[in-house]
Design a binder for this molecule. Structure first.
Ligand code: ASP
Ligand code: MG
Length: 468
């Protein structure tokens, strides 16, 4: 059984639902019924969150107008897909869900109070609606379909807005229902993004969390492959908004994909890879609009494949090390913290103390470089920066630079190949580099620049390795 996850634009209109159905039925003919996970129609989750926000600001009309917009969007899609009679029945069903949210919004408005728990209750609606439309359409086309409420499988903690899945429980539940349904010939259609606590309170996995749902459910239900159908061809050698000539990468290792997902390659939710790696299940990124474009395969790289060039179309004059470069990525708005302390000289346990401060303030450190008497490190989340600085100042001088960007070169076998750092830094002659971190893994070399230099650095590196 395979998992097919469709993102918001993939179910963004009547035509897209038809395309998605065609893809599902194709896959079914080849490999048996899939487990289908869908996002909300594009724009719907944003509109729901906006509605909750307007409601708490005492603008009930504005909030209900958002719900009306969502209603119209679904009516438009549904009317094109079904006979009038069938459309009316389905719309009555969707309207039931929509009016529940109307009541929740009225409550938020009345109380003037909006908790993360209420936001989850509101924002979960989008997936419930889109998955109903798809399931109904597929059934109407003659497919044997079972619509499942993901909240019965995707059990999480109660960290609303960014709940943590309880994989053991999810596995137990998914194993109990999904394989049997598939065996009986049912295509299973369910929602991404949403879950519930053990007590049945609705939660969400965080924005863009449908990819993560797909891999969790896929791994839990014993899938052989997790397909993420989206609106781009796959992972690219750089962000195409920065480097218009960026090329698609046909296959990457799990590790490379995790690095790239963290570095804002918006193609995948960063946690998607995690469950798949553990069970060694390949993940494919595919384009719903251009299903034949090949996509990117994310898998465990074997010693044979590691020697292959990732890029079959490298220009003849590309440097030899380009063969081992997968992509150039960057992430802006990073804060760099510098700690300088003579107490560090020949001392032990110093780093442990520094890290403990960040740990106490639940702040994760990304890039780090140290010398004998100083440490430079970067953080993404500055919510607790003032407290962190106050504690650190006990041991030395603390300074920070905001608005910096991490640029990272992701590739393979960096430790074994010579010349990579040389190539990277010689391509960046006029970029001021603030911190360098390499060797932490053999698949990346990262450095820090100011925000304004980041795009230029990415472009220069891309031109250097993959041709201008
Ligand atoms: N619909 C949710 C969002 O827009 C989840 C997703 O699309 O992955 O964030
Ligand atoms: Mg999405």
């Amino acid at each position: 059984m395979i998992v097919m996850k469709f993102g918001g634009t993939s179910v963004g209109s009547k035509v897209r639902f038809e395309q998605v159905y065609a893809l599902i039925s194709n896959a079914k003919a080849k490999e048996g019924p899939p487990l289908v996970v869908v996002s909300a129609m594009s724009g719907v989750t944003n509109a729901l969150i906006e509605a909750a926000d307007l409601a708490v600001k005492r603008n009930l009309d504005g909030a209900l107008a958002q719900i009306d917009m969502i209603r119209k969007k679904h009516i438009e899609a549904v009317q094109g897909l079904f006979s009038k009679e069938r459309a009316d029945t389905l719309l009555a069903d969707l309207n039931g869900l929509l009016s529940e949210i109307d009541s929740v919004l009225r409550g938020i408005n009345y109380l003037g109070e909006l908790s993360k728990r209420s936001i989850d209750a509101v924002s979960a609606l989008g997936e419930l609606l889109s998955s109903r439309v798809l399931a109904e359409y597929a059934e109407n086309q003659g497919m044997k379909v079972k619509w499942l409420d993901a909240r019965e499988l995707m059990i999480t903690d109660d960290n609303f807005g960014r709940a943590t899945p309880n994989f053991e429980e999810i596995s137990k539940r998914a194993m109990k229902v999904v394989p049997q349904l598939v065996k009986d010939g049912f295509t299973v259609i369910t929602q991404g993004f949403i879950g519930s606590t053990m007590d049945g309170v609705t939660t969400t996995l965080g924005r863009g969390g449908s990819d993560y749902s797909a891999s969790l459910l896929g791994v839990a239900a014993g899938a052989s492959c997790i397909e993420i159908w989206t609106d781009v061809d796959g992972m690219m050698t750089a962000d195409p908004r920065i480097v218009p000539k960026a090329q698609m990468v046909s296959h990457v290792s799990f590790q490379e994909a995790s690095e790239l997902a963290y570095f804002g390659a918006k193609v995948l939710h960063p946690l998607t890879i995690k469950p798949a790696v553990e069970k060694n299940i390949p993940v494919k990124i595919l384009n719903t609009m251009r299903p034949d474009s090949g996509g990117t395969l994310i898998h465990s790289v074997t010693p044979e494949t590691v020697k292959d060039s990732v890029h079959p179309n490298l220009p003849a004059d590309a440097p030899a090390v380009a063969k081992s470069i997968c992509a150039i990525a960057s992430k802006k708005n990073i804060t760099c913290v510098f700690i300088q302390s003579p107490k560090m000289l020949m001392a032990h346990g110093f780093l442990a103390k520094v890290f403990a401060v960040f740990d106490r303030h639940q702040t994760s450190i990304d890039l780090i470089a140290t010398s004998e008497v100083s440490i430079s490190l970067t953080i993404d989340n500055t919510d607790h920066l003032e407290d962190i600085k106050a504690e650190l100042s006990e041991w030395g001088d603390i300074s920070t630079i905001e608005n910096t960007a991490i640029v990272t070169v992701v590739g393979r076998q960096f430790r074994e190949r010579s010349g990579i750092a040389g190539e990277v830094f010689s391509a960046l002659k006029d970029v001021n580099i603030l911190v360098i971190s390499g060797g932490a893994s053999e698949i990346n070399l990262s450095f820090l620049v100011v925000n304004e230099d980041a795009d230029r650095a990415v472009k220069q590196l891309h031109d250097h390795f993959f041709g201008a």
